[in-house]
Structure formats: structure tokens, C-alpha cells
Write a protein that binds this ligand. Structure first.
Ligand code: NAP
Length: 286
């Protein structure tokens, strides 16, 4: 069996490759699909086959997936273009006769309404469901690593500004999500599943402030505001409009509980507890 990972040269991809190797998959059974071969030297050095494949170039994807039995399609980064790009990867997998497509979607894609990241993941899920290729949805919650820039800002100012109220976020470390993806790619029985993948313990912004304070050894004050005041404050502090709007919209999703889940899918698939917030954030900031 040959397993491919697309968009493999980002932060998640190499961790999935590591987890697959740790599960006993031989390097010769792995294909890392990257848009820039120069960004995959480490994977090539591990003995993994590296092929060029760009989500904007369908023929490159078909060639890259030749002979592949299962593929993890890691979602891309170009917001606004991703449904078409992911559809190109799904079409290429079908053309290459791939037997299973796992896709990194977003937590609670079937029910959430406020998360600003939903639309393209739901669009991709619909396309994948209609493709006729057996699929698995890996509905990933937030990476703990996402909070590093905010933690640095908070440590500089001593204040965590939020409009998320008492909403909880069940983040986990990228490596936890990578372990779940590797489990799905190497064990039977996942076809048609929609896994809600999140950390074992959800945390509030007050919990986050305490953790950041302990990591930076300083007192952190939480300032809860409403959404319009949050946006005004972020813009006033010099944050670019799209990022400020995204930040506030995500806080509204958190407030509504859309980034939290207690299902335990991630821990079950990974076969271990997820990395606690403090451990994950401390490691990411080191
Ligand atoms: N769950 C979360 O909290 C969270 C947070 C951020 C992102 N995400 C999503 O999860 C994905 C994986 O996370 P990550 O941490 O690995 O992100 P990342 O480090 O930003 O890596 C993104 C990968 O997508 C590749 N890519 C972008 N456009 C492409 C294209 N047109 N064709 C082929 N590859 C393309 C990039 O290629 P290069 O290496 O050549 O740049 C890179 O390898 C992200 O892309 C995003 O969709 C999730």
C-alpha cells in the first residue's frame, strides 16, 4: 500500500509523515506531494518519495498520485481559492484510482454557523462526498500553536483582549492531529466517517491568560469586550483589517462553543491523551 500526503511541506505534513513512519510504514511506501521540491529535502532524506504537485495544476496532481492507494489531502492556505484547489486534488485522486481520501476539514463542519473558516471546508466536504471516492473527514479543531503570536502580544502588554466570553476552545497540538491522520491512513474501518478532532480539555480565555502568564512569568489581565469594540481595538492597535475581522469572527465562534467538542475522537484515534494547552504552547514558544 502506498500512502500520499499532499501539501506535505507545511507544518502539519512532516509531522504526519513522522507519525506514519513511527507506525511502521516504510519510507518507500510514502509519497510526499509538495508544490516546491526544494521544501522537501528533509523528507527526501528520510527516504520518502517526493513528487511535485500544485493544487492549481491538475495534471501535476494526477501524476503525483499515480500508484497511490490512500491520500491525505491537507487543506491549502489560499482563502477564497481552496474549494477549487481541493476539488482539483480530489479529481486527481479519482483519476489515479486512489482508494481512500482523507481530508483535513474543520471542527463541526456539519453544524457550526459562525466559524469564518467553515465555508471552504464545507464546500470541499460536499465535493468529496459527491466524488464517489471513499472518504474520511478529519474535522480538525484549532492547533495550540496558533496562539503563539497572541501569547507574545499578551506578554508584551499584560492584557488579553477578547470577545469570546466564557466560550471554550478544545485545541490540541499539531502532532496530535498528525497522529490521528496517520491512524486513519494505516488502519481499516474509517470510510465514510466524519471525525470531530479536538483536544481532550476545552479552555476559556481566562485559562489561556493564566497559561500565558505562567509561561512568561507575568500577570495577565483579561479584558472582555463586545465584538464591535474588539474590532475597533484591534484596528487601533495596527492590526490589518482582514486579520482583525477574522480574529473577532473566530471569537464569536468560540463564544458560541463551535471550537469545543467532547466527543473524544482525537484521543481515540491518536491512542493517547492530547497535549495539554500549557505543554503545547510552552513547546511552541520555546
Ligand atoms: N486547525 C488549525 O488550527 C489550522 C490552522 C492553520 C491552518 N490550518 C489548515 O491546515 C492546513 C495545514 O496546516 P499547516 O500548519 O501545515 O499549514 P502551513 O504550515 O501553512 O502549510 C500549508 C501547506 O499548504 C501548501 N500549499 C498552499 N497552497 C498550495 C498549492 N496551491 N498547492 C499545493 N500546496 C499548497 C503549502 O505549500 P508550501 O510549503 O510550498 O508553502 C504548505 O505546505 C493549512 O494549510 C490550513 O488549511 C488549520
Amino acid at each position: 500500500m502506498t500512502i500520499a500526503v499532499t501539501a506535505a511541506s507545511g507544518s502539519l505534513g512532516p509531522l504526519v509523515i513522522d507519525e506514519l513512519l513511527a507506525r511502521g510504514v516504510r519510507p518507500s511506501q510514502l509519497v510526499a506531494v509538495v508544490r516546491d521540491l526544494g521544501r522537501a529535502e528533509q523528507m527526501a532524506a528520510q527516504g520518502v518519495t517526493v513528487r511535485q504537485g500544485n493544487y492549481d495544476n491538475p495534471p501535476s496532481l494526477v501524476a503525483a498520485l499515480e500508484g497511490v492507494s490512500r491520500v491525505l489531502v491537507i487543506s491549502g492556505t489560499e482563502r477564497g481559492r481552496r474549494v477549487v484547489q481541493h476539488a482539483n486534488a480530489i479529481d486527481a485522486a479519482r483519476a489515479a484510482g486512489v482508494g481512500l481520501i482523507a481530508y483535513t476539514s474543520v471542527l463541526r463542519a456539519g453544524e457550526a454557523t459562525l466559524n469564518p473558516l467553515l465555508e471552504e471546508h464545507v464546500g470541499t466536504e460536499r465535493y468529496l462526498e459527491a466524488s464517489g471516492v471513499p472518504f474520511v473527514m478529519l474535522r480538525n479543531g484549532f492547533y495550540t500553536e496558533n496562539y503563539v503570536p497572541q501569547a507574545r502580544r499578551v506578554l508584551a502588554s499584560g492584557e488579553l483582549l477578547t470577545s469570546a466570553g466564557e466560550g471554550r476552545t478544545a485545541s490540541a497540538s499539531r502532532r496530535d492531529f498528525a497522529a490521528a491522520a496517520a491512524a486513519v491512513l494505516t488502519t481499516p474501518g474509517h470510510e465514510g466517517q466524519r471525525y470531530e478532532l479536538a483536544g481532550g480539555t476545552g479552555w476559556t480565555m481566562h485559562d489561556l491568560a493564566e497559561v500565558i502568564g505562567r509561561i512568561g512569568a507575568r500577570q495577565v489581565h483579561v479584558r472582555q469586550v463586545d465584538a464591535p469594540s474588539h474590532l475597533e481595538a484591534l484596528l487601533g492597535a495596527g492590526m490589518a483589517q482582514p486579520m482583525a475581522e477574522l480574529t473577532v469572527a473566530i471569537d464569536q465562534a468560540v463564544r458560541a462553543g463551535e471550537l469545543d467538542t467532547k466527543g473524544g475522537d482525537l484521543e481515540r484515534l491518536a491512542g493517547r491523551a492530547t497535549t495539554p494547552l500549557e505543554d503545547g504552547l510552552r513547546a511552541a514558544m520555546a
